[in-house]
Every structure is written in structure tokens, then in C-alpha cells.
Design a protein around this ligand. Structure first.
Ligand code: GUN
Length: 284
């Protein structure tokens, strides 16, 4: 039987409506949620991401600015810009678009963002809060993926969850979120021996490695929920980490690529920005 589709486009539309309403309510109190994006250099993929962020902000009533810095920007100039945005009350969220040009220190830059304005959830304080199970800003992609998993209505307690990929941006925070949901979590990566042995046990399988079609149908447990975080550009087409045609014959639920998790990432960024603005009201 073919799997049911977790439609990121539809879910995003519904969520963005709710976000718009909460933005409007904040505006009534005299606060316009604001997001500042720093883009360094001219990476074409980054420019597309940033444009989509701007569109998402405009659609939901969030004020946004993109600060486009030259590819030759120094570390000091970048950090000065971040500090200026930390102090600027118009912005509740700051996002430094990654990857940065090779001469810049990504980690040092991200650590300069005030944790309460870190709408990417990449600051070590926010990563640590998640690890410890305390409230903080959660990275957008795993937050969106978890939202989609919840939409299946499946009780996650005690389920076997297998995450493939151990990045700080997706794999590790995803594993922590699933642990918080009382799943038994296995985190697989490039050095995992016999990947299929692990993935075949998964009731919830999250693929976030960046290898097109890595997860084949015979690596999936019948009835599993399959979440494909991969965005791989192959011959001008976007493909996920999961061989969709095979997987949909085995899984109970599956996210398509495109139109799945990718869609949700920006929606969660909008939500994180809104929540940062809401928190700023209570902090006053
Ligand atoms: N580059 C690709 N995805 C992301 C993201 O979610 N946040 C940031 N800051 N950079 C990215």
C-alpha cells in the first residue's frame, strides 16, 4: 500500500496563517517582529534561501532586512555587524546565512549572536538547552521535521527512532528532540557499520545525510514514518536522501522532496522569530 504523504506545503500554509495572526496581535501591542539576515558573499544557493526567507517574512507581516556583505568581509567586520544587530531593538531574530566564505570562522561568528536572538538555534547556549531538555530556541529543520512527525498522530513513546546524519544543524538536534518524545534513539553516520541493520528497526526514520537516494526501500521497516531531510541537486532536479518510489511502497507516512521538510524550515524560522518577539514583550 502506498504511504500517506506529509505535505510540507499544506502544513506550512496553515502554520503561516496562524503565525500571521499572532504577528498581527503583537503589532496591536506596538511590537513588529523583526528578522535580520546577514549574507556574506554571493553563493547562489544562499541567495535563493535568503530570498525565500524574505518572502516568508513579507507573507506573515514580519519586518525583515538582509544585510549583504562583500565576500571579502573580515571576521571583525562580521562580528561588529552582529553586535550592532544584537543592540538593535527592531530585530528579535538574527540569522547568519551559512556557509560563510572559507576565511571566516563560522563558530566564532555564531557565538556572537545573543542566544535570545538566535532564531537558528545554533548558539551553544540553545544547543545546550536542548541537550538538557530545557526551553530554548530549537533549530528550524529538526523542529519542522518533528512537527510533521506529530501530524501523523502516532504516539512516539517507546518507538524506535533512527536518525541518519550527525550534523549540528539537523542530525544531533533531531536525535535530542526524539529522545524528549520518549523514543529509543539511534544516531547513525558515515562510519556506521551496516546502516541497513539499524534503519530496518526504525518506526521513525529520519534521513539527513545529503546523499541522493541513499535510503532504499529494503532498508525501511514496513509501516515506518520516513522523514527525508535531504536536498540534493542532481542534473538540475532536487532529490532527497530517500529513494521515494521504493520507500512509499513500504512506509506508512513519507515526506516528499521537494515539498516536504524543506518547506517547513522557513516556516519554523518565522515561528522562532515570532516567539523571540513574544518573549521580548514578557521580558520588559
Ligand atoms: N544554510 C542552509 N540552511 C541554513 C539554515 O537553516 N540556517 C542558516 N543560517 N544557514 C543555512
Amino acid at each position: 500500500m502506498a504511504a500517506k504523504i506529509l505535505d510540507g506545503k499544506k502544513m506550512s500554509e496553515a502554520l503561516r496563517l496562524q503565525i500571521s495572526e499572532r504577528v498581527a496581535a503583537l503589532k496591536q501591542q506596538g511590537i513588529t517582529p523583526g528578522l535580520a539576515v546577514i549574507l556574506v558573499g554571493n553563493d547562489p544557493a544562499s541567495e535563493i534561501y535568503v530570498r525565500n526567507k524574505e518572502k516568508g517574512c513579507a507573507e506573515t507581516g514580519i519586518f525583515s532586512t538582509t544585510i549583504h556583505m562583500s565576500g571579502e568581509t573580515s571576521q571583525q567586520e562580521l562580528e561588529d555587524q552582529i553586535q550592532a544587530l544584537n543592540a538593535d531593538e527592531r530585530f528579535h531574530g538574527i540569522l547568519v546565512q551559512l556557509p560563510l566564505p572559507a576565511h571566516l570562522d563560522e563558530r566564532k561568528a555564531l557565538e556572537k549572536i545573543l542566544p535570545e536572538k538566535d532564531v537558528d538555534g545554533f548558539h551553544p547556549v540553545n544547543a545546550g538547552q536542548l541537550l538538557n531538555g530545557h526551553p530554548g530556541v530549537v533549530a528550524c529543520t529538526p523542529k519542522g521535521a518533528l512537527y510533521m512527525i506529530h501530524q501523523t498522530g502516532i504516539d512516539l513513546t517507546g518507538k524506535e527512532a533512527v536518525v541518519v546524519g550527525r550534523s549540528n544543524i539537523v542530525g544531533k538536534p533531531m536525535a535530542m528532540l526524539l529522545l524528549q518524545e520518549n523514543c529509543t534513539v539511534t544516531l547513525c553516520h558515515s562510519r556506521t557499520i551496516n546502516l541497513a541493520e539499524h534503519t530496518r528497526r526504525a518506526d521513525i526514520l529520519v534521513a539527513a545525510v545529503g546523499k541522493a537516494g541513499l535510503i532504499r526501500g529494503d532498508m525501511i521497516k514496513p509501516g515506518a514514518v520516513v522523514i527525508d531531510v535531504g536536498i540534493n541537486r542532481i542534473d538540475g532536479k532536487v532529490r532527497g536522501d530517500v529513494a521515494f518510489d521504493e520507500a512509499e511502497q513500504v512506509a506508512s507516512w513519507i515526506t516528499p522532496v521537494p515539498g516536504g521538510v524543506g518547506r517547513m524550515t522557513i516556516t519554523m524560522l518565522l515561528q522562532n522569530t515570532l516567539e523571540a518577539a513574544e518573549r521580548s514583550v514578557h521580558a520588559e
